[in-house]
Each structure stands twice: as C-alpha cells, then as structure tokens.
Ligand binder design. Structure first.
Ligand code: MSP
Length: 519
C-alpha cells in the first residue's frame, strides 16, 4: 500500500471478559471486518481494532466467581475472543487489552490532560450503580423490578453506592455537544439513535463520577491511587491508545486519529456518543468522526441471555453451516441498525436459496460448461451483443452501488444488490442457453460463457469482503491473479480474463444444507 493511500480507522467495542464470546460479539466484529476488508480492497490504508475490556467490578466479580486471580482470569477469557476472531476470519490489525502497559499509560495521560484543563474535581458519589451495566443511574431513570426492588432501564440490578469520587464536569458540555452533533450530522447513525442521543443531551446532563474507591481492579488515578478510574473512561480510551496516544506526534496517531468509525451495539451508544466526545474535547483531543449503533439479535424470538440458556455460540454455528455462510447470513438477514431474530430455519433458507441455488449454482454451471466445452480454458469471445452488455454492465455498476452502501454501513443493501446481479446473470444463462449453442453456434457459446465468466469475476471480487474464502475459491477457479483482486485493478479499463488461459477443474463453493433425517 502506498503511503498516499487514504487512511481509515475503525473499531469494535472492546468486549468484557466476564464471559465467553457469543453471537452478539461476533456480529459487531463481523460488520467491522467486512468494512475493513472492503475499504482495503478499495485502496484505503485501514487500521481495524478490536480487543477486550478487562477492568472493573464486573470482571473482578467474574474472576472471583471462577475462583481465579483477576489477571489469570482475564488472560484466559481474552484469549477466547482472540480465538473467535481467528475462527471468524476477522482481519483486525491490532487486538488491544486494557490491562496492557500501553493502555494504562494512555489512560493516565488522558486523565491528566482533562484534569489540567480543569474538568475533573474531587467530591463524593452517593447514588445508584449497576455493576452489570457498569453505569451510574439517576433515581428517575430506575424502574420497579419484579420483586419491587429498583432496576436499571436495561433490567440490570442496581446498588446504592456512597464513596469519595472524582467527577467529570459533564453538565458543562451540553451546548458544546449539541453544537458538535449539529455540525457533524453523520456523527451518530442511524437516525433513530441520533434522535435518542440528542434528546438525552437536551434534557440536561449531570456531572459524571469517574473514579471508584471500593475496589482495586483497574487503572489507578494519577497521584491518588486509592481511586480507580471509572471503567468506561478506561475502556473508551482504548481507541486512542491503539492510535499511539499519548504520542500525538507519532506517524500512527497523525494518520489514524480521529477514528473514522466506532461500531457499537445500541446498548452502549450513550457512552460513545455523549461521554466519549466530551472527555476528548475536555482533553483537547479531536472526537471520532462517526459512531454507528446496530441493533440486537434475539434467538428464535427470545432475548439472548445466559440465564435463559439460549446463548448462540458462533463457533458452533460455523461448524454446522460453514464460515462464509454464517458471515453472509448475519449481514443479509437484518437491515443493519435494526434488531434481528436468529433462527435455524432462516439460516438454512438463505444458505440454500441465495448461496447454493443462486450464487453457487451460477458459478458451478458456468465453470463446468467451460470445463467441458471449452477444453478447460477461458473461452475466446466474439463481438458482444446488446444482451451481453446487461450482465456485464450491471456487474460493473455494482461497485459504486456497493461502495455507497458499505460506507453508510448498509451491509444488507450491498448484499441485496449483489444478489440482484447474480439473479440477472442466472437469467442470462437461461435465456442464452449456452448448452444448446454448443451444436448450433459454438462461437456464440464461447462469447456467452466468456460474458458469464467475466460477470462472475466481478461478482466474486465484490463478495470478497463478506465471504473471503468462498470468493477466493471462485477467483482461483477463474485463474485471477491474487494481485489483481482489489477494486482498482479488477475494475480497471481493460481488466479481463485472458482468453485461452488454462483453468483448474471446477469445485463446488456453496454446498446445500441438507437436514439429516431423524435417526
Ligand atoms: N466493554 C463494553 C464496551 C466498551 S467499548 C469502549 C461492553 N462490552 S460487551 O462485552 O458487553 O459487548 C457489548 C457489545 O457486544 C454490544 O455493544 C454489541 O456490539 C455486542 N452485543 C452483545 N450482545 C448482543 C446481541 N444480543 N446482539 C447484537 N449485539 C450485541 O459493552
């Protein structure tokens, strides 16, 4: 990648290491992975960050429950998130852990910068706290729980906390934040989340407790180690740590900060779109450019929770259906930003109808016809007809369409449009009936098969970000050079399969899922 390539920095939330990863974690990171891969193919110098959030009471309690010292416990659980990233073929450039020295230095520097600017003061916190959410709640935000006790809006239990605490003067940031949202209309997406955030800020902000004194597992406040930094201040800082903060003169920092996108679930939008830009502005650091908050998955209609025992393990899904099938399904099934429901029925339907029958069948029948009828070589096309320009033109037009959708994080739209071109190509096969041309007009058959192979080349180049392995298999079977698979080269004028080039024997790419009969 040349140094002139534009930079793109995107992040996942860092995941709590209180438990094993599940489908929700895999989903957020998958969306980022697709975006990262797509931007790289589109010529960007991408920095894709994920990692684990390892401090705070919630993790400390989980370690105690597991009967392990916190460090040993977080090492073990963090590793599971790394393994998940490998299993899911995530292409993250860095994996940050909040227990790393680089991060502790970064947190303490950010704290000092905010404090030096007069935005942190010492007082006492007396109020509600939810360990599960790691969040402070005002009395009027709580609702009555099933047993009459107060619970957080998320349904999490809360406890009364009274202790000395440092505060961040969030109440002074209302106007600045509203102005910032106004001046940066793309800062929060989708629209519904933007409205939620602006109305929260408009309703008035209270100063935020940013240190705790009743436990030890966290980053000590500089010069006052009896205080541990609020875990969200610690966690959010990971995004600048990984860009090299506090070394703001470094090449990495200057290239990648401010981040282009923080991808998060809708549950944590307030932390990212309210607290985080306020902390950064208070420290004199530029806020990120965009926060996208996606929806939540349920399982066969039910909320996913450990207590209901219906947590979906992404590794098991991959073992059952295949990696690219799962990657495809998660981003195709639900308009990105909305909530979605996972069901095995829907998974199998999409996998069979859209991958095996549509995309897979297109590739399979075209490649086998070429193998059988063109001596396993790229056929030599004659002059194109009007009809030939339809699949070729729509495959070319797909690049700008998908680019636009992906930049807006409309992953489902990108896949839908891709599927439409697959459909058009399948119709072209049926209309042109190359198998019949074999006897009547073999030259025309060669042209038809060449047009199809070229259409498939473009489709496979464009599906790489979503389904890297399967797309690579298709491109291998078309003999496309590994160096010619990025968008610039693949869509350059004159880029095309070379007639006469020898092709490997075709192999199926998207198997059908066959339900095994009950034994
Ligand atoms: N540690 C904090 C984030 C700190 S970021 C500076 C945290 N961690 S978490 O482990 O609870 O992960 C939260 C994220 O996981 C959500 O924001 C969302 O991206 C993803 N999901 C967890 N469960 C989910 C679903 N059921 N459905 C979709 N995504 C969900 O919060």
């Amino acid at each position: 990648m040349s140094s002139a390539a534009p930079a793109y920095y995107l992040t996942t939330p860092i995941y709590y290491v209180n438990d094993s990863p599940h489908i929700g974690h895999a989903y957020t990171s998958l969306a980022c992975d697709v975006l990262a891969r797509f931007m790289r193919l589109d010529g960007y110098s991408v920095h894709f960050l994920t990692g684990t959030d390892e401090h705070g009471q919630k993790v400390e309690k989980a370690a105690a429950a597991a009967g392990k010292p916190p460090k040993e416990f977080v090492d073990e659980v963090s590793q599971r998130f790394r393994t998940l990233a490998k299993t899911m073929n995530f292409s993250n450039d860095d994996f940050i852990r909040t227990t790393e020295a680089r991060h502790i230095t970064s947190c303490q520097n950010l704290w000092n910068a905010i404090k030096a600017n007069g935005h942190i003061y010492l007082s006492k916190y007396a109020g509600w706290y939810s360990v599960r959410d790691e969040a402070f709640y005002a009395e009027d935000e709580l609702k009555p729980g099933p047993g009459g006790q107060k619970i957080a809006p998320s349904g999490a239990p809360v406890e009364w906390v009274e202790e000395p605490s440092y505060f961040f003067d969030l109440s002074k940031w209302q106007d600045k934040l509203l102005r910032f949202y106004d001046e940066n209309p793309d800062f929060i997406a989708p629209e519904s989340r933007r409205n939620e955030v602006t109305s929260f800020v408009r309703s008035g902000l209270q100063d935020l407790s940013v240190s705790r004194t009743s436990f030890k597992w966290g980053v000590p406040v500089p010069n006052d180690p009896a205080h541990i930094m609020y875990v969200w201040l610690d966690a959010l800082t990971n995004y600048i740590t990984a860009a090299g903060y506090p070394d703001t003169a470094s090449e990495t920092y200057r290239t990648f900060w401010p981040a282009d996108l923080h991808m998060v679930g809708k549950d944590i939008v307030r932390f990212h779109a309210v607290y985080w830009p306020a902390f950064l502005m208070a420290a004199g650091v530029a806020p990120p450019k965009r926060v996208f908050a996606h929806g939540w998955w349920t399982n066969e209609g039910q909320k996913i929770s450990k207590s209901l025992g219906n947590v979906i393990n992404p590794v098991q899904l991959v073992e059952r259906y295949g990696l690219d099938q799962v990657r495809y399904f998660l981003l195709r099934e639900v308009p990105f930003g909305n909530d979605g429901d996972f069901s095995h029925g829907a998974m199998m339907r999409r996998m069979n109808a859209e991958l095996a029958n549509d995309y897979g069948n297109l590739v399979q029948r075209v490649l086998s016809m070429i193998n059988k009828n063109c001596a396993a070589r790229v056929p030599t096309p004659g002059a194109y007809t009007e009809a030939d320009r339809v699949p070729l033109g729509s495959a070319d037009g797909l690049l700008p369409v998908m680019r636009d959708a992906i930049r807006r994080q409309h992953f489902h739209v990108a896949l839908e449009r891709h599927g439409e071109v697959v459909g058009a190509a399948n119709r072209f096969v049926d209309e042109q009936a190359p198998w019949a041309l074999k006897k009547t007009d073999p030259k025309r058959m060669d042209t038809v098969l060449y047009v199809l192979a070229e259409t498939i080349r473009r489709l496979a180049v464009l599906s790489q970000a979503f389904m890297p392995d399967s797309s690579a298999k298709i491109l291998d079977q078309l003999g496309v050079d590994e160096g010619a698979r990025d968008f610039v080269r693949a869509f350059a004028p004159g880029a095309a399969l070379i007639p006469g080039a020898v092709l490997p024997a075709p192999v199926g790419v998207f198997p059908r899922f066959v339900v095994e009969p009950a034994a």
